[in-house]
Design a protein. Structure first.
Length: 319
Protein backbone atom coordinates (compact mmCIF):
# COMPACT_ATOMS: atom_id res chain seq x y z
CA UNK A 1 0.00 0.00 0.00
CA UNK A 2 1.26 3.47 -0.87
CA UNK A 3 2.43 5.46 2.16
CA UNK A 4 2.04 9.20 2.67
CA UNK A 5 3.45 11.33 5.49
CA UNK A 6 1.51 14.52 6.22
CA UNK A 7 3.32 17.09 8.37
CA UNK A 8 1.62 19.98 10.11
CA UNK A 9 -0.57 21.14 12.96
CA UNK A 10 -4.07 20.30 14.16
CA UNK A 11 -5.76 22.71 16.55
CA UNK A 12 -8.76 22.77 18.82
CA UNK A 13 -11.64 24.43 16.99
CA UNK A 14 -14.37 26.49 18.64
CA UNK A 15 -17.15 27.08 16.14
CA UNK A 16 -20.12 29.36 16.69
CA UNK A 17 -23.22 27.22 17.08
CA UNK A 18 -25.70 27.49 14.24
CA UNK A 19 -28.43 30.04 14.82
CA UNK A 20 -26.53 31.89 17.58
CA UNK A 21 -25.00 34.76 15.60
CA UNK A 22 -27.11 37.32 17.42
CA UNK A 23 -28.85 37.71 20.75
CA UNK A 24 -28.28 36.18 24.17
CA UNK A 25 -26.93 32.89 22.79
CA UNK A 26 -24.19 34.49 20.69
CA UNK A 27 -21.54 33.04 23.03
CA UNK A 28 -22.43 29.40 22.37
CA UNK A 29 -19.71 27.43 20.58
CA UNK A 30 -19.19 23.80 19.69
CA UNK A 31 -15.75 22.21 20.06
CA UNK A 32 -13.93 20.16 17.48
CA UNK A 33 -10.49 20.14 15.89
CA UNK A 34 -9.03 20.93 12.51
CA UNK A 35 -5.96 21.73 10.47
CA UNK A 36 -5.16 21.85 6.76
CA UNK A 37 -2.73 18.94 6.52
CA UNK A 38 -4.76 16.90 9.01
CA UNK A 39 -7.81 17.31 6.77
CA UNK A 40 -5.74 16.05 3.84
CA UNK A 41 -4.52 13.07 5.87
CA UNK A 42 -8.10 12.09 6.74
CA UNK A 43 -9.24 12.25 3.13
CA UNK A 44 -6.15 10.32 2.00
CA UNK A 45 -6.97 7.57 4.49
CA UNK A 46 -10.58 7.48 3.32
CA UNK A 47 -9.35 7.14 -0.27
CA UNK A 48 -7.27 4.09 0.57
CA UNK A 49 -3.78 5.47 1.09
CA UNK A 50 -1.76 4.70 4.21
CA UNK A 51 -1.49 8.18 5.71
CA UNK A 52 0.55 9.01 8.81
CA UNK A 53 0.26 12.35 10.54
CA UNK A 54 3.50 13.86 11.85
CA UNK A 55 3.05 16.57 14.45
CA UNK A 56 3.45 17.33 18.16
CA UNK A 57 0.71 17.42 20.78
CA UNK A 58 0.54 17.79 24.54
CA UNK A 59 -0.15 15.14 27.15
CA UNK A 60 -3.61 16.55 27.91
CA UNK A 61 -7.07 15.08 27.42
CA UNK A 62 -7.77 17.25 24.35
CA UNK A 63 -4.67 15.85 22.66
CA UNK A 64 -5.84 12.35 23.62
CA UNK A 65 -9.17 13.12 21.95
CA UNK A 66 -7.41 14.19 18.76
CA UNK A 67 -5.30 11.04 18.65
CA UNK A 68 -8.38 8.85 19.10
CA UNK A 69 -10.29 10.72 16.39
CA UNK A 70 -7.46 10.45 13.87
CA UNK A 71 -7.00 6.75 14.57
CA UNK A 72 -10.74 6.19 14.08
CA UNK A 73 -10.36 7.71 10.60
CA UNK A 74 -7.49 5.35 9.78
CA UNK A 75 -4.76 8.00 10.06
CA UNK A 76 -1.52 6.68 11.54
CA UNK A 77 -0.50 8.36 14.80
CA UNK A 78 2.72 6.53 15.69
CA UNK A 79 4.80 9.56 14.66
CA UNK A 80 2.96 12.09 16.81
CA UNK A 81 5.31 13.49 19.49
CA UNK A 82 3.65 13.97 22.90
CA UNK A 83 5.11 16.81 24.96
CA UNK A 84 4.52 16.91 28.74
CA UNK A 85 2.90 20.13 29.90
CA UNK A 86 2.17 21.42 26.40
CA UNK A 87 -1.20 21.99 24.72
CA UNK A 88 -2.53 22.11 21.15
CA UNK A 89 -3.22 25.45 19.53
CA UNK A 90 -6.73 26.92 19.54
CA UNK A 91 -8.79 28.83 17.01
CA UNK A 92 -12.28 30.23 17.09
CA UNK A 93 -14.64 30.77 14.15
CA UNK A 94 -17.10 33.63 14.40
CA UNK A 95 -19.87 33.83 11.81
CA UNK A 96 -21.97 36.94 11.12
CA UNK A 97 -25.60 37.03 10.04
CA UNK A 98 -24.53 36.92 6.37
CA UNK A 99 -22.51 33.76 6.85
CA UNK A 100 -19.12 35.50 6.64
CA UNK A 101 -16.47 33.90 8.87
CA UNK A 102 -13.66 35.40 10.95
CA UNK A 103 -10.90 33.37 12.58
CA UNK A 104 -9.14 34.08 15.86
CA UNK A 105 -6.02 32.08 16.79
CA UNK A 106 -4.17 31.25 20.02
CA UNK A 107 -1.21 29.12 18.96
CA UNK A 108 2.10 30.85 19.78
CA UNK A 109 3.02 28.24 22.41
CA UNK A 110 1.31 25.25 20.77
CA UNK A 111 3.11 21.93 20.95
CA UNK A 112 3.30 21.61 17.14
CA UNK A 113 5.60 24.62 16.89
CA UNK A 114 8.34 22.64 18.69
CA UNK A 115 8.33 19.69 16.28
CA UNK A 116 11.65 20.56 14.62
CA UNK A 117 13.46 21.16 17.94
CA UNK A 118 12.79 18.00 19.95
CA UNK A 119 15.08 15.15 21.05
CA UNK A 120 12.99 12.85 18.81
CA UNK A 121 13.17 15.22 15.81
CA UNK A 122 16.09 13.41 14.08
CA UNK A 123 14.23 10.09 14.25
CA UNK A 124 11.01 11.62 12.94
CA UNK A 125 12.81 13.32 10.05
CA UNK A 126 14.81 10.22 9.11
CA UNK A 127 11.54 8.29 8.84
CA UNK A 128 10.48 10.44 5.86
CA UNK A 129 12.68 8.34 3.57
CA UNK A 130 10.31 5.41 4.11
CA UNK A 131 7.31 7.10 2.46
CA UNK A 132 6.18 7.30 -1.16
CA UNK A 133 5.03 10.91 -0.72
CA UNK A 134 5.77 13.53 1.91
CA UNK A 135 3.06 16.20 1.96
CA UNK A 136 3.09 19.52 3.76
CA UNK A 137 1.79 23.03 3.28
CA UNK A 138 3.03 26.59 3.60
CA UNK A 139 1.15 26.73 6.89
CA UNK A 140 3.36 23.86 8.07
CA UNK A 141 6.49 25.80 7.17
CA UNK A 142 5.22 28.92 8.96
CA UNK A 143 5.22 27.00 12.26
CA UNK A 144 9.00 26.65 12.50
CA UNK A 145 11.90 29.04 12.76
CA UNK A 146 14.71 29.26 10.23
CA UNK A 147 16.80 26.48 11.80
CA UNK A 148 13.80 24.17 12.06
CA UNK A 149 12.88 24.73 8.43
CA UNK A 150 16.50 24.04 7.42
CA UNK A 151 16.34 20.67 9.23
CA UNK A 152 13.08 19.85 7.49
CA UNK A 153 14.33 20.80 4.03
CA UNK A 154 17.49 18.73 4.57
CA UNK A 155 15.33 15.75 5.53
CA UNK A 156 13.13 16.26 2.48
CA UNK A 157 16.21 16.23 0.28
CA UNK A 158 17.31 12.96 1.84
CA UNK A 159 13.85 11.45 1.47
CA UNK A 160 13.74 12.40 -2.22
CA UNK A 161 17.15 10.81 -2.75
CA UNK A 162 15.68 7.64 -1.24
CA UNK A 163 12.78 7.70 -3.71
CA UNK A 164 10.08 9.70 -1.95
CA UNK A 165 8.26 12.54 -3.67
CA UNK A 166 7.70 15.88 -1.96
CA UNK A 167 4.25 17.40 -2.51
CA UNK A 168 3.94 21.05 -1.48
CA UNK A 169 0.61 22.82 -1.01
CA UNK A 170 0.90 26.61 -1.17
CA UNK A 171 -1.81 27.16 1.46
CA UNK A 172 -0.88 30.67 2.62
CA UNK A 173 -2.02 32.60 5.69
CA UNK A 174 -0.28 35.95 6.09
CA UNK A 175 -0.79 36.00 9.88
CA UNK A 176 1.59 33.04 10.19
CA UNK A 177 4.60 34.92 8.79
CA UNK A 178 6.65 37.79 10.26
CA UNK A 179 6.56 39.58 6.90
CA UNK A 180 5.99 38.86 3.22
CA UNK A 181 9.69 38.88 2.35
CA UNK A 182 10.32 35.95 4.70
CA UNK A 183 7.31 34.13 3.28
CA UNK A 184 8.48 34.68 -0.30
CA UNK A 185 11.96 33.36 0.50
CA UNK A 186 10.58 30.20 2.15
CA UNK A 187 8.12 29.69 -0.69
CA UNK A 188 10.94 29.94 -3.21
CA UNK A 189 12.90 27.23 -1.41
CA UNK A 190 9.88 24.94 -1.07
CA UNK A 191 8.78 25.40 -4.68
CA UNK A 192 12.28 24.61 -5.91
CA UNK A 193 12.44 21.43 -3.83
CA UNK A 194 8.98 20.03 -4.58
CA UNK A 195 8.21 17.24 -7.03
CA UNK A 196 4.49 18.09 -7.00
CA UNK A 197 3.24 21.64 -6.42
CA UNK A 198 -0.42 22.19 -5.55
CA UNK A 199 -0.83 25.96 -5.85
CA UNK A 200 -3.73 28.37 -6.16
CA UNK A 201 -4.15 31.96 -7.26
CA UNK A 202 -5.80 32.62 -3.88
CA UNK A 203 -2.54 31.67 -2.15
CA UNK A 204 -0.04 33.23 -4.54
CA UNK A 205 -1.60 36.58 -5.40
CA UNK A 206 -1.19 37.99 -1.86
CA UNK A 207 2.53 37.24 -2.26
CA UNK A 208 2.79 38.43 -5.85
CA UNK A 209 -0.03 40.98 -6.34
CA UNK A 210 -1.35 41.61 -9.81
CA UNK A 211 0.56 38.83 -11.56
CA UNK A 212 -1.08 36.81 -14.31
CA UNK A 213 -1.59 33.06 -14.16
CA UNK A 214 1.30 32.62 -16.58
CA UNK A 215 3.58 34.77 -14.42
CA UNK A 216 2.61 32.86 -11.27
CA UNK A 217 3.36 29.55 -12.98
CA UNK A 218 6.71 30.91 -14.14
CA UNK A 219 7.72 31.35 -10.50
CA UNK A 220 7.38 27.59 -9.92
CA UNK A 221 10.29 25.59 -11.35
CA UNK A 222 8.80 22.10 -10.98
CA UNK A 223 7.67 19.78 -13.76
CA UNK A 224 4.33 18.81 -12.16
CA UNK A 225 2.44 21.93 -11.13
CA UNK A 226 -1.26 22.48 -10.49
CA UNK A 227 -2.55 26.06 -10.29
CA UNK A 228 -6.14 26.17 -9.02
CA UNK A 229 -8.03 29.22 -10.25
CA UNK A 230 -10.69 31.42 -8.68
CA UNK A 231 -13.26 29.76 -10.91
CA UNK A 232 -13.80 25.96 -10.67
CA UNK A 233 -10.87 25.06 -12.89
CA UNK A 234 -7.12 24.59 -12.80
CA UNK A 235 -4.10 24.90 -15.05
CA UNK A 236 -1.51 22.12 -15.06
CA UNK A 237 2.04 22.49 -16.26
CA UNK A 238 3.54 19.14 -17.13
CA UNK A 239 7.05 18.96 -18.58
CA UNK A 240 6.63 22.56 -19.76
CA UNK A 241 3.24 22.11 -21.45
CA UNK A 242 0.08 23.79 -20.11
CA UNK A 243 -3.23 21.96 -19.76
CA UNK A 244 -6.60 23.33 -18.62
CA UNK A 245 -8.87 21.20 -16.43
CA UNK A 246 -12.47 22.21 -15.80
CA UNK A 247 -14.34 21.03 -12.71
CA UNK A 248 -17.66 19.26 -13.13
CA UNK A 249 -20.75 21.36 -12.33
CA UNK A 250 -21.76 21.16 -8.68
CA UNK A 251 -24.71 18.93 -7.87
CA UNK A 252 -25.76 21.02 -4.86
CA UNK A 253 -25.34 24.53 -3.46
CA UNK A 254 -22.08 25.61 -1.85
CA UNK A 255 -22.42 25.52 1.95
CA UNK A 256 -18.86 25.84 3.25
CA UNK A 257 -15.60 26.14 1.32
CA UNK A 258 -13.52 24.95 4.28
CA UNK A 259 -11.09 22.19 3.21
CA UNK A 260 -11.82 22.54 -0.51
CA UNK A 261 -8.09 22.79 -1.15
CA UNK A 262 -7.21 20.15 1.44
CA UNK A 263 -9.57 17.61 -0.11
CA UNK A 264 -8.37 18.48 -3.63
CA UNK A 265 -4.80 17.76 -2.50
CA UNK A 266 -5.78 14.41 -0.97
CA UNK A 267 -7.64 13.24 -4.06
CA UNK A 268 -4.87 14.45 -6.38
CA UNK A 269 -2.11 12.67 -4.44
CA UNK A 270 -4.20 9.53 -3.99
CA UNK A 271 -5.01 9.40 -7.69
CA UNK A 272 -1.35 9.81 -8.63
CA UNK A 273 -0.39 7.01 -6.26
CA UNK A 274 -3.09 4.85 -7.86
CA UNK A 275 -1.48 5.32 -11.26
CA UNK A 276 -3.59 8.16 -12.68
CA UNK A 277 -1.90 10.78 -14.87
CA UNK A 278 -1.83 14.36 -13.50
CA UNK A 279 -4.75 15.56 -15.64
CA UNK A 280 -7.02 12.78 -14.40
CA UNK A 281 -5.72 13.36 -10.87
CA UNK A 282 -6.74 17.03 -11.12
CA UNK A 283 -10.22 16.02 -12.29
CA UNK A 284 -10.42 13.71 -9.29
CA UNK A 285 -9.34 16.52 -6.98
CA UNK A 286 -12.00 18.85 -8.36
CA UNK A 287 -14.61 16.12 -7.99
CA UNK A 288 -13.94 15.55 -4.29
CA UNK A 289 -13.60 19.27 -3.55
CA UNK A 290 -16.93 19.83 -5.30
CA UNK A 291 -18.59 17.43 -2.89
CA UNK A 292 -16.83 18.78 0.20
CA UNK A 293 -17.95 22.39 -0.35
CA UNK A 294 -21.59 21.27 -0.36
CA UNK A 295 -21.34 20.16 3.28
CA UNK A 296 -20.61 22.14 6.46
CA UNK A 297 -17.22 21.70 8.08
CA UNK A 298 -13.87 20.44 6.86
CA UNK A 299 -14.57 16.70 7.09
CA UNK A 300 -17.76 15.53 5.41
CA UNK A 301 -19.68 12.43 6.57
CA UNK A 302 -18.25 9.16 5.30
CA UNK A 303 -21.54 8.42 3.57
CA UNK A 304 -21.12 11.58 1.48
CA UNK A 305 -17.77 10.49 0.01
CA UNK A 306 -18.05 9.92 -3.76
CA UNK A 307 -18.06 6.16 -4.40
CA UNK A 308 -15.12 4.62 -6.24
CA UNK A 309 -13.28 7.92 -6.47
CA UNK A 310 -9.90 6.16 -6.26
CA UNK A 311 -10.45 2.52 -7.18
CA UNK A 312 -7.88 -0.09 -6.22
CA UNK A 313 -5.29 2.38 -4.94
CA UNK A 314 -3.39 -0.34 -3.07
CA UNK A 315 -3.15 -2.61 -6.12
CA UNK A 316 -1.32 -0.24 -8.44
CA UNK A 317 2.29 0.77 -8.36
CA UNK A 318 3.07 4.48 -7.97
CA UNK A 319 3.83 6.13 -11.34
Amino acid sequence: MSKVACIGECMIELKQAQGTQQGAEAGLYSRGYGGDTLNTAVYLARLGASADYITALGDDSLSDEMIAGWAAEGVGTARVARLPGKLPGLYMIETDDKGERRFFHWRDSAAARSLMDLPQTPELLSSLAGYDVVYLSAITLSLYGGEGRARLFAALKGAREAGARFAFDTNFRARGWPDLDVARAVFQEALAAADIVLASTEDLLPLYPGESNVALLARIPGTEVVLKLSEPASILRLQGALHSVQAEPLKASVVDTTAAGDSFAAAYVAARLAGADPIEAARTGHRLAGVVVCHPGAIIPRAAMPPDLIPAISRKAPP
